[in-house]
Design a protein around this ligand. Structure first.
Ligand code: ADP
Ligand code: MG
Length: 278
């Protein structure tokens, strides 16, 4: 005996199919199979073409999801690319080299990159764009400021989980250390950071941005010998991006002031609606 509501009734095929596709982690096939079937019928495609279409859609979506996951794991403070980078604004930067680096072959070669220049010249933007390019190539990336990295290392050491953190850092194909040189490091901080660079040497790539020329790095690490050893490792296989020039931000705000067409909105007092004089 069987009725439609009895517990032993087999689930309708569509329900089962949805269940199996979820279990197999094929969400795109599940979402698209009806629509693709309608299209296949309309275009006279056989079952092989139909199946191929569905599998291709799943692959494209899976690739996109993987890149998105890598971008989240990289912990970029913002997602920036070379599409929005104006190379003409920074003539000291070697554009062909930078675009070549965006192909990410240096990561397979385990080379490093150091971007050096004064504040506001786009070092962080370039680091983010290179990081994004690496994520899109399927590489694992982690972005941190030097200060945050040192802070995390010290905290991990105090909590006796330094080895675990070091292992996690070692596993990343491209480690981006932004703003080295803004804050002088304590002796322990300098040693811990040195260890990170040292462990990565010839094993994985590191990208460092700094506002300090190399001959001033001792002031950050506080120790000539340590700085020498660090530079030795970091610059062994390195691509240097020279980024000295006018601050992009300053230049933008100056040109906004000159060009009334793009002048910023005046400040308005939210209470009275009156324009606030500066
Ligand atoms: P830095 O890290 O060298 O101090 P940033 O990368 O933070 O400089 O740049 C400051 C701001 O100006 C950011 O919003 C960045 O996106 C923008 N910027 C800098 N240089 C350029 C450029 N050449 N083209 C487009 N935007 C730029
Ligand atoms: Mg910066």
């Amino acid at each position: 005996m069987s009725t439609l509501t009895s517990a032993s009734t087999p689930a309708p095929p569509r329900v089962l199919l949805a269940h199996h596709l979820r279990q197999l982690k094929l969400p795109t096939v599940l979402r698209e199979y009806e629509k693709a079937a309608t299209e296949a019928a309309r275009d006279g495609h056989d079952h092989v073409r139909y199946l191929l279409r569905l599998v291709e859609l799943e692959l494209i979506d899976r690739e996109r999801r993987t890149v998105e996951r890598r971008i989240r794991a990289a912990r970029f403070p913002a997602v920036k690319s070379f599409d929005t980078f104006d190379f003409a604004a920074i003539p000291s930067l070697n554009k062909p080299l930078t675009l070549e680096l965006a192909r990410c072959e240096y990561v397979a070669a385990r080379d490093n990159i150091i971007a050096i220049g004064n504040s506001g010249t786009g070092k962080t933007h370039v680091a983010l764009a290179l990081g994004l390019a690496a994520c899109q190539k399927g590489l694992s990336v982690l972005f941190m400021t030097a200060a945050a990295l040192v802070h995390q290392l010290m905290e991990a050491r105090d909590e006796k989980r330094l080895l675990r953190l070091q292992g996690q850092l070692d596993a990343v194909k491209l480690l981006i250390v932004d703003e080295l040189g803004y804050v002088p490091l304590s002796q322990t901080g300098a040693e811990l950071l040195f260890e990170v660079f040292s462990r990565r040497h010839e094993r994985a790539s590191t990208l460092v941005t700094s506002n300090l020329p190399f001959d001033e790095w001792t002031s950050v690490f506080g120790n000539q010998r340590l700085t020498g050893a660090l530079l030795d490792r970091l610059t062994h296989h390195v691509h240097i991006l020279e980024m000295n020039g006018d601050s992009y931000r300053l230049r933008q705000s100056r040109s906004r002031r000159r060009d009334p067409g793009t002048a910023p909105e005046p400040d308005v007092d939210p209470a009275t609606g009156e324009i606030v004089a500066d």
